[in-house]
Design a protein around this ligand. Sequence first.
Ligand SMILES: Cc1cc2nc3c(=O)[nH]c(=O)nc-3n(C[C@H](O)[C@H](O)[C@H](O)COP(=O)(O)OP(=O)(O)OC[C@H]3O[C@@H](n4cnc5c(N)ncnc54)[C@H](O)[C@@H]3O)c2cc1C
Length: 375
Amino acid sequence: MTPSIANSDTDAPVSRAAAVASRLVELGARYDAAPVFPIESMRCLASAGLHRDFASPASGGIAFADTSTKYRTLMDVLRIVGRADLSLGRLYEGHVNALALFEWFASPEQAARLQRDLEAGAFYGVWATEPLPGVRIEARDGGERVLKGSKSFASGAGGLAWAIVTAQPAQGPRQLVIAPADDAERADVSQWRVRGMRATSSGLYDLTGLRIDDIDLLGLPGDYDRDPRFTTGAWRFVAVQLGGIEALLIETRLAMSEVARGDPLQRAKFAECVAATRTAYLWVRECAARAARDDADGPAFARMTRGIVERAGLDVMELAARIVGTRSAMDGQRIDKITRDLSLYLRQAGPDYARDQAALAWLDHDAWGDEDRLW
Ligand SMILES: Cc1cc2nc3c(=O)[nH]c(=O)nc-3n(C[C@H](O)[C@H](O)[C@H](O)COP(=O)(O)OP(=O)(O)OC[C@H]3O[C@@H](n4cnc5c(N)ncnc54)[C@H](O)[C@@H]3O)c2cc1C
């Protein structure tokens, strides 16, 4: 069972997420065994209202007191969903990323469009990764615009209702475009034969020929890549990954035999698991707090946090296997599924580059504040 991390009755999304967590665990195991887009898990999130909570109030979301409260709540919901099923966590994180992009860039008409979609239980993704030459916006005779090209690693390809995709106009920086994502003919998930994260269905999606109207253009060219929001936005996926690491810690505690509990060497390994997991938690929490206030150092924090969470995940995976033994690798065991999922999900783009950029930022100045006053 996944324990609740709801702290207060007023924390409605967290309580609702905790209430559906054990069902998501059950469904997650099924979708891992027979991988398809996890429609029942998505419906479970939607019936708990979690697909709408973090939209802007203009699109029917909760009017949180402030962004800090919103992000703190979202962090816990991402952890809970990630604890239950990392594939679902990836899909849900893409959806809340899309909600944020709408909040920042949508016109009133687009905000209303999102509200209608959410009322219908629709989920969004954000697809930026692409094989060369990438997705372009092409002008046709008569002023018509169409997309040309494909996305890769497109989580939920053919299963989500909509995706916000990046596309290259003839000139200038890339533009966000709202595109239908549910056309099975355009999706190719045949190559998504993976050790973990199977139910994300992260395949290719061909956007060629899709017509774009003004209502489909979200924000202005260059908006998506604007920092600090773009880079600091990594806080959301590390929160999901953290949930997976926490789940591994929980399962390790449950699976640890009496003999192992009585042995100081095994207990030392468990202590390392706790330290790694909670260290990751503290970094993710700090990162979310920085994101909430659009902190100029948010990008450095997010880049460093990616590496911290990656290291914690790798350590806890190894320690869990050494504490629990062969059972950790057996089909149907939660530890096996979480380890397979995490081992893939931790592979995010340019990991060494990310840490190096954080190092460069912090060689230039202190990011924890008041360095002078501390001495
Ligand atoms: C489960 C899953 C779901 C995903 N869903 C989506 C999605 O919905 N939308 C989306 O847009 N993307 C998605 N992605 C893609 C993701 O955002 C990354 O693009 C992807 O994980 C990077 O994969 P890669 O390891 O092949 O990266 P690459 O960037 O190709 O890196 C491979 C390796 O090359 C080296 N390397 C890379 N860049 C550099 C560099 N600049 N300098 C030096 N060395 C370098 C590193 O050693 C790195 O580990 C998903 C990925 C996964 C795993």
